[in-house]
Design a binder for this molecule. Structure first.
Ligand code: NAI
Ligand code: HPV
Length: 527
């Protein structure tokens, strides 16, 4: 058997290459290449091990017919086009915990650096100025830390901040009261956090919901003199608005480890008083880098050599016997969970997974795990089939399984229902030819569609002319519609439109769609 070939394309602890070799893989370490160089090289490889510098785009995947697995030595996978990788059958895995402590410690270091202006004081002292009177700091003891995102890293930051005698107020729509009490933090909505916090620290992934969470408008709602730390992802803060807020004194200090565009070699923020930054060093400690390198190499080698799957973000774990029958159901279940996750917001106390007809005869556990993974992955990059049920429990989500062996309108059906403030809402799908997943219902409205790639979802008033208007808007913006699906409650009532698009829907076009007459809701979806 030929040995699997692995490319390590970002700087990684040497332990990774060592493990790959020990586990029977041929490994090359070639870092710092341009996308064009990577495209020219990637065709030969079965595995690609990365950190945040390599962007794995559809173009790179298109040039990688042999690629089976992408391993992220770290947490965030926003640099990987996961829908494109999934479409190509490439497993994407990360190492969800190996660098969390290190990153939390960087955020705490940033808090102190801001509180005592350490970088500038250091620079002026070494320049011979002995600026003893120029640097009046603030204590952190007794101050309020606003935590946006209370997942793995956020909760470590909270525990450290509590140890420093800070009060912690957390905003995370998926944080339950019980978990907040366990963490010793006060659960709050975003506006309350913005109004109360003396320091704000961000620990969410970059998603459509979190992009620009510290927008110009939200920065204006902060307590005057707030200090802000971002060691999560660029794009969570409006950088131009942050610059203005620092200039006006609304924000007394800001520390960024991450930027909207990286590498950030220039920025209007550079040189602004009370602004400090590091070049995406959150995960850069010896300990964290050894952790993630060992873990990613073990996981990838396991998959390439034995077919074992750990911490995969886009693939279910299955036994060899169950696999062929369950596989299409897993895809259906994951898509339905993801659809539900994308369509609902806020705390969800209950998810019910109902299998009917042929689906009810199967082992429900992987189907339930796939629904939960699809649902929770819209909130966190670190969810997979293995940890989704635990995460759901931790988030206080009650999970119900219901089986009806007698078939209804479809010979086999999976229905996902969630309890929301607005009542119970459900989506359902079936398998065509026992193989192809198909959506058949959204929120009580019958609609048949494949859930695949980039999509757009619209709820509108059923009235003549609407379909023409949306088609014209997308056409004028160069967006090609792949498939077009319609459903409605009754003639002239509420209608839904589900479009598959050949490219991602830009934010400005989405805003224009929302402004079309008759549109009640418009959003982009991705599978
Ligand atoms: N600077 C660096 O070098 C590093 C950065 N990171 C980044 O840190 C971030 C957090 O990582 P983890 O804590 O491990 O992830 P996690 O998945 O454990 O936690 C993320 C939390 O954000 C919450 N969240 C999701 N949507 C939200 C919203 N709209 N508003 C508020 N909260 C929301 C989730 O419920 C979850 O609790 C990720 O973006 C990751 O990529 C991670 C490691 C190193
Ligand atoms: O793990 C993450 O999400 C990180 O952002 C760390 O990035 P890095 O591996 O240091 O390029």
């Amino acid at each position: 058997m030929t040995k699997p070939r692995v490319l390590i394309s970002d700087k990684m602890d040497p332990n990774a290459a060592k493990i790959f070799a020990e586990r029977g893989c041929d490994v090359d370490v070639i870092t710092g290449e341009t996308p064009e160089q990577l495209i020219a090289r990637i065709g030969d490889y079965d595995g690609l091990a990365i950190r945040s510098s390599t962007r794995v785009t559809k173009e790179i995947l298109d040039a990688a017919p042999n690629l089976k697995v992408i391993g992220r030595a770290g947490i965030g996978v926003d640099n990987v086009d996961i829908p494109a990788a999934s479409a190509q059958g490439v497993v994407v895995m990360n190492t969800p915990f190996g660098n969390s402590i290190t990153t939390a410690e960087h955020a705490i270091a940033m808090i102190f650096a801001l509180a005592r202006q350490i970088p500038e004081a250091n620079a002026q002292t070494q320049a011979g100025l002995w600026p003893k009177n120029g640097f009046m700091g603030v204590e952190v003891t007794g101050k309020t830390l606003g935590l946006i995102g209370a997942g793995n890293i956020g909760s470590i930051v909270a525990s450290r901040a509590l140890g420093l005698k800070m009060k912690v107020v957390a905003f995370d729509p998926f944080l339950t009261e019980e978990r907040a009490i366990e963490m010793g933090v006060e659960k709050a909505d975003l506006d309350t956090l913005l109004a109360k916090a003396d320091f704000i620290t961000l620990h969410t992934p970059l998603t459509d919901q979190t992009r620009n969470i510290l927008s110009r408008e939200n920065l204006a709602k902060t307590k005057k003199g707030v200090r802000i730390v971002n060691c999560a992802r660029g794009g969570l803060i409006d950088e131009a608005a942050l610059k203005d807020a620092l200039d006006s004194g609304q924000v007394a200090g800001a520390a960024l480890d991450v930027f909207q565009t990286e590498p950030a070699k220039e920025s209007p923020l550079f040189g602004t008083p009370n602004f400090i930054c590091t070049p995406h060093l959150g995960a850069s400690t010896t300990e964290a880098q050894v952790n993630v390198a060992l873990q990613v190499a073990e996981q990838m080698a396991d998959y390439l050599v034995n077919g074992g799957v750990t911490n995969a973000l886009n693939m279910p774990s299955l036994s060899a016997e169950e696999a062929p029958k369950l596989k299409p159901y897993m895809a259906l279940a994951e898509n339905l969970g993801s659809l539900m996750g994308q369509l609902t917001t806020g705390t969800i106390p209950r998810i019910s997974i109902h299998t009917e007809g042929a689906a009810a005869e199967l082992n429900a556990k992987p189907i339930v795990a796939a629904v939960l993974a699809g649902f929770l992955r819209t909130q966190s990059d670190t969810v997979n089939m293995v940890n989704a049920p635990f995460l759901a429990k931790e988030r206080g989500i009650e999970v119900r399984e219901v089986k009806t062996e007698k078939a209804g309108d479809y010979h086999t059906l999976v229905r996902v229902s969630v309890k929301t403030d607005a009542g119970e809402r459900s989506v359902a799908g079936t398998l065509f030819g026992n193989a192809s997943p198909r959506l058949v219902e959204i929120f009580g409205i019958g609609i048949e569609a494949d859930l695949d790639g980039h999509m757009m979802y619209i709820v509108n008033e059923d009235a003549p002319g609407f379909i023409g208007r949306i088609g014209t808007l997308l056409g004028e913006n160069g967006i090609n519609i792949g498939t077009f699906h319609l459903g409605r409650r009754e003639a002239g009532g509420e209608a839904i439109l589900l479009l598959s698009l050949d490219s991602a829907l830009p934010a400005d076009v989405l805003e224009k769609a929302k402004a079309l007459p008759g549109v009640k809701r418009a959003m982009r979806l991705a599978f």
